[in-house]
Each structure stands twice: as structure tokens, then as C-alpha cells.
Design a protein around this ligand. Structure first.
Ligand SMILES: *Cc1c(COP(=O)(O)O)cnc(C)c1O
Length: 404
């Protein structure tokens, strides 16, 4: 999401934080997204006021229902919390005794089925969000292949729910499609929870058979940190009532709810074609600027889960460019201003530039920084000379030393 030109605040400078430019994507570790002005205003307006939170959640439910086309919804702390609360709701129903009993699942259905290729991490393992509710994870299939009988075989008396994950981290082939997956689950009366944290499509997955859909509000919607759970009234109510139990430690405040309602309305009114055109301009600028740079191959790649966006893939031939892709990523992150690229697969010799979270003028700065770093090594400046594995290990060591 790109905002209108505006005076930028100097809060990062005051806090002693680096003024990073995010071409990585909507990453929690980088502050997720540029919160839309409508949500920023709503948060500022609600913070000094008292509200009846459950009534506020009723208003959120109306907004979520309007945008998703299902009956009800509520706002959670984040999508990960939403997964846990949805699983818990499928285990307890609206039974308050059971809700208080969790995470002890004695006497309840306590198995959650998931395809092995969907066992991803988003900063924490998705299966831990299931186990947090007191449930057991039951995987089906192999990492790269799942057959319908394997799902049917593992659905039984103890199955509380099935989790379907849509993410670029998932294995992108050999998995059961959602409609097929849901069809098999529904034939056994098993509800399907869909983790759609990073998806733009607020309706399609529910239409395809998801009973509960989970979204991150702070990703493409541009809300403050929050999550959305949407589905039928009975299932949403059961998940919502977990706020009297394990949900307490994952609670969302008035600012998260107000921000999400405002971001949802803004999403309805957003000129999506204009946003896309701006992103396309950034991508074209980068393609043009990187064309013909020694050792660099730039190309456009569509989003792997079919969100309406492309990213620039920058492949680096270390012989010709005299730097590896990961060293270039590190040089960009270390320089001024720091540019953080999308580098999950960087050991393969490429990274991506994501055009979705830029303020005006930043796309140009990103292009200049890439060109600068490549010129520096071409003129004899040294690349660091570390392997991708060493780089990864070093990052972990840094994290483990926190707060230093
Ligand atoms: C980001 C993400 C999450 C976690 O979302 P939060 O709202 O940050 O908790 C879960 N699942 C997937 C697929 C994600 O991309």
C-alpha cells in the first residue's frame, strides 16, 4: 500500500531506530504494513474513550460479515491467535465449562488434521498454534503429495477440526485443493479452518468450503496489529467465547478493533486498480534500472498464492557481479538508508523486491541503492565472502544474544 505524500514523522530517529525501507513484504518483524490513514485516525480517536468491548466486537462482526459474505466474525490479537481460538472453539463449542478446562482437552474431540505440506512457520510453527489450544496435530500425506483417502482415513471420532493453510511457505504442488479438502471433511461433519493470513481474497476461500477463515488485519488490509476470524455464527461464537478462557492472553484492545473496522471500510473504498498501477510503476522502474547490470537478471514473478501482485526477482550471478545474492541483501540492509529485501530463498542466488509497502520516492531510492552496491564491488570493493549457511547461523546468534 502506498500512501499520499506526507510529512514523515521522526519517531524512528527519536527511538534510535534505523529508517529502514521495506521491500520484503508485510513482515511482522518489520512492522507489518503501512497502516491506512483511516485506521490511524480511528485508533487515535478511540484510545482516550471508553467503550463496551463486546458491543464493539458486534460492530466488527457486521463489518466482517459484509466484506466476507458470511454470517459473523470477530477481531483477535492476530491471525496466529485466531487459529488457536478457532481450534479451541471447534473443541468446546459454546460450553463455558469446557472453555475454562482448556488446554486440558480431556473428554473433548482433540485432533486437528493438517496436510504435511502445510506445516509451515510464519515466525513460529503453525502447528504450535494448534497445540496451544490443547489439541493434537495429526498430519496427513507426505510433504509433496496428499491423496483424498489419506485425509478420509484420519478423520474420526476424535477429529475436532481440519486446518488448511494458504501461504507462499506451503508446498505449492501435490496438496489437496481447498474445495476437495473441505468436501471430504464436511462428509464427516468436520469443520475446516483456513489460515488465510496473507490473502487478499476475503470471500473466495469461504465460498470454496472454509467454515472459519482467519486473516491478519495488519497485512494487506493496513490495520494496526490484529486478526480476523470469520464464519458461521455458531462457530464464530464458540471461538469468540474463548476470550473467557485461553483467549485472555491473546486479547485485542479497543484500538485493534477500531483500527480493523476502519481498515475494512477503507478496503471497500480503496481504488485497487490505482494501487496496482503504482506497484507496476515501481516494478517497471526497477526493471529498467537493473537492465544490463553485469551478473544481474531481473524479472517479474506473480505472487505464488495468486494475490493480485507481482514482485521483482533479482537473480545474482556471483562470478559476473562479484557478489552473492545474500551478500548483496546484507549490503543493502547495512547501508544508508537500509533496504530490507525479501530473501527467504536467497541461498538459490536470488531475492525479491516487493513493491507493496513503499512511501513515495522510496522505489527510486531502492533502485539507486542496488546500483550503488553493485558498482562498489565492481570497482574493487570487497564482498564479505561468507556462505549462505554462515549468514543464517550468524543471524540466529544475533537473535539469541538479544537484548545484547
Ligand atoms: C503472517 C501469517 C500468520 C501469522 O499472522 P499474525 O497475524 O502475524 O499472527 C499465519 N499464517 C500465515 C500463512 C501467515 O502468512
Amino acid at each position: 500500500m502506498t500512501t499520499e505524500p506526507r510529512a514523515r514523522s521522526d519517531i524512528r530517529q527519536r527511538l534510535g531506530l534505523r529508517p529502514i525501507i521495506n521491500v520484503s513484504g508485510t513482515m511482522t518483524a518489520l512492522g507489518a504494513s503501512i497502516v491506512v490513514p483511516e485506521a490511524v485516525r480511528a485508533v487515535a480517536e478511540i484510545l482516550p474513550e471508553f467503550v463496551e468491548i463486546n458491543d464493539m466486537q458486534r460492530k466488527a462482526s457486521e463489518a466482517i460479515a459484509r466484506l466476507t459474505g458470511v454470517e459473523a466474525g470477530f477481531v483477535t490479537a492476530c491471525a496466529s491467535a485466531g487459529i488457536t481460538l478457532a481450534v479451541a472453539g471447534c473443541m468446546t463449542g459454546a460450553d463455558l465449562g469446557r472453555i475454562e478446562q482448556l488446554p486440558d482437552a480431556t473428554g473433548m474431540k482433540d485432533e486437528v488434521v493438517i496436510q504435511l505440506g502445510h506445516m509451515v512457520g510464519y515466525g513460529a510453527p503453525v502447528e504450535q498454534a494448534i497445540r496451544l489450544a490443547g489439541a493434537k496435530v495429526v498430519t496427513i500425506g507426505q510433504a509433496t503429495e496428499v491423496r483424498p483417502y489419506q485425509l478420509a482415513h484420519r478423520l474420526g471420532e476424535r477429529t475436532a477440526a481440519a486446518l488448511y493453510v494458504v501461504s507462499h511457505h506451503c508446498v505449492q504442488y501435490g496438496q489437496l485443493p481447498l474445495d476437495r479438502f473441505a468436501g471430504i471433511c464436511h462428509a464427516r461433519g468436520v469443520p475446516v479452518i483456513a489460515d488465510l493470513a496473507s490473502e487478499y481474497d476475503l470471500r473466495g476461500f469461504l465460498a470454496a468450503g472454509a467454515d472459519l477463515a482467519i486473516y491478519s488485519a495488519h497485512k494487506f488490509l493496513g490495520s494496526p496489529t490484529a486478526g480476523i476470524v470469520a464464519g458461521s455464527k455458531a462457530l464464530v461464537r464458540a471461538a469468540f467465547l474463548q476470550n473467557l478462557g485461553i483467549g485472555r492472553g491473546m486479547k485485542v484492545g479497543k484500538e485493534g478493533i477500531a483500527g480493523t473496522i476502519a481498515a475494512l471500510s477503507a478496503w471497500e473504498r480503496r481504488d485497487h486498480a490505482k494501487v496496482r498501477a503504482t506497484e507496476t510503476d515501481h516494478l517497471s522502474l526497477w526493471l529498467k534500472r537493473f537492465d544490463g547490470l553485469p551478473g544481474i537478471t531481473a524479472s517479474l514473478e506473480p505472487d505464488p498464492t495468486h494475490n493480485p501482485l507481482d514482485r521483482l526477482k533479482l537473480a545474482v550471478d556471483p562470478e559476473a557481479a562479484r557478489i552473492t545474492a545474500w551478500e548483496l541483501a546484507d549490503a543493502l540492509a547495512a547501508g544508508s538508508p537500509p533496504v530490507i529485501v525479501r530473501d527467504h530463498e536467497v541461498e538459490h542466488g536470488f531475492f525479491y523486491l516487493d513493491p507493496c509497502n513503499l512511501h513515495p520516492g522510496e522505489a527510486e531510492i531502492v533502485a539507486e541503492r542496488v546500483v550503488q552496491e553493485l558498482e562498489r564491488v565492481r570497482k574493487g570493493g570487497q564482498a564479505e565472502g561468507i556462505s549462505a549457511a554462515e549468514r543464517k547461523a550468524r543471524r540466529f546468534e544475533r537473535l539469541l544474544r538479544w537484548p545484547d
